[in-house]
Design a protein around this ligand. Sequence first.
Ligand code: TYC
Length: 101
Amino acid sequence: MSDTATTARAKLWTEPERPRLHKVVLVNDDYTPRDFVVTVLKAGFRLCEEQARRVMMTAHRRGACVVAVFTRDVAEAKATRATEAARRQGYPLLFTTEPEE
Ligand code: TYC
């Protein structure tokens, strides 16, 4: 194939875009018990004890911590579910989502 033909083809076929991933972010507060945060992280995001404790302590010290990335629908569903689980126990724990750069 000539260079010209290759160049023409390259213009016609562009790589399909991958769906943008979204971060689930754990937000610190002054009221939710540390152990409860760890329990929610383990149950809702399948983190092991050590990872859950590390993520919780990072949010505690820095104000927030990325838990994981998912497609938008999954990220929003997991953040909502985990936040609601905390509300049911009377805690202000909050998970938010944001698109990855
Ligand atoms: N700061 C809370 C406390 O000292 C614990 C905590 C950590 C709460 C992380 C929320 O995202 C959080 N009890």
